[in-house]
Design a protein around this ligand. Sequence first.
Ligand code: PHE
Length: 462
Amino acid sequence: MGAGRGTWGTRLGFYLAAIGSAFGLGNIWRFPYIVSENGGGAFVLLYVFLVFILGMPLLVGELILGRTTRSGVMRAIDIVLEDHKNSPNQSRVSKMKWLGIGSVVLCLIVLAYYAVISGWVLHYLTQLSMALIVNVSFEADQSLKLLLENGWLQVLLTSVHLLVVIVIVAKDVEEGIEKAVGYMMPLFVILLIGLAIKSLSLESAPNALRFFLYPDFSSLTLESLGQAVGHVFFTLSIGFGMMVTFGSYLSDRAYIPIAGFRVATMDSFISIFAGVLIFPLVMVGTAPVSGPEMLFRSVPKLFQTISNGYLFGVGFFVCLYLAALGASIGLLETIVSNARESLGFRRVRAVWVSGGACFILALLPALSTSVFQEIHIGGQGFLEFLDGLLINWGLPVAALITSQVVLYLVSDAQKKQAFELNSEEHHSSEKIYGHWIFALRWLVSPVILLALVLQVFAIFKR
Ligand code: PHE
């Protein structure tokens, strides 16, 4: 969406762009690997449950905050705080200001390591394209080794990705691209289903499905709740202020609860398909291999074995790259629109400064499998550590504060307006509104707090 504050031309435009940004590496790369780290089916069930009780209410909350203030998260918080200037607990409330800044910083750091993984996708895309077009031989294990051992190659790929994102956002054409990503999604889903059917014909499929879908609650750990909560927020892009910016472009007529429901369900469906595709490929006996390279270890091997594999491979990685691009654009756009609104930066300057900062921040994760491979924190490589820190700790805290802002700083009248409670036909909306407020008040904070406490216990137990 361009300079000035317009609204989405059509409802479809909003969906395509919102889904284009929510759908990304979180669904295809991250979801399967954290499911495998948390023992499978029980975690999947927990995740789906949390999408409905935490994800959707907060998604709706962020959209409402954006639409009522017509601003990105930093200014939105200033505006709602202004309305509470004279309240008795003003000094406590004013601390909420930090949420806006924190969310934008989260965007910046997440974009940095997201760009590294997007670079991995580019690597496979070029390798498979070369195999398809100029018949260069492709060997999945070899490709992974090349990537992991060669940190500077990762730095190069990361910079290429960041440059593409920077140019798109600087030229102010991101809405078009995000929409294009949204349009491409059905194609990706068809491709995923086709590949998943292939993968289900493998001998390992029964074990894989049992692992992925059969809930064995004893395999959950103290950290599982935190990981599930964090992933729900990550995959739905909650806690970054991104949906606040998106909501700020929604027209006054858009019915926000349905928008939240659709984005959340479509996003979850795609993650489940990704799991069905990947698990049969990674099973060794009854348990899968895991780790952040899981996707890259497994799916390219499938392309080596099926007929027209390279063609499917290129299709898969083009779609995955576009998904990563849509999400990256959403992240940079959020940073830039906040920097412009709240710090008065010009667009192009904001884009280059934040893009440059991301590049510097990305160096460490990009070199984490080579130059810095000795760095291990709590038994994890740097990339995995950073991912866990941001997603399992940072995001839940940001989401917790967001829920309080929506509950206590956005007025009831404004909230009700989003549920169209001012119109005639409001019986069913009134019920939905009641459920939403209930979830925001009695489910979101307690579950997030419980997740954080369990994670603290887990640290002490180690
Ligand atoms: N939701 C995106 C994904 O699943 C990641 C993302 C987070 C994108 C925050 C934008 C903002 O990959």
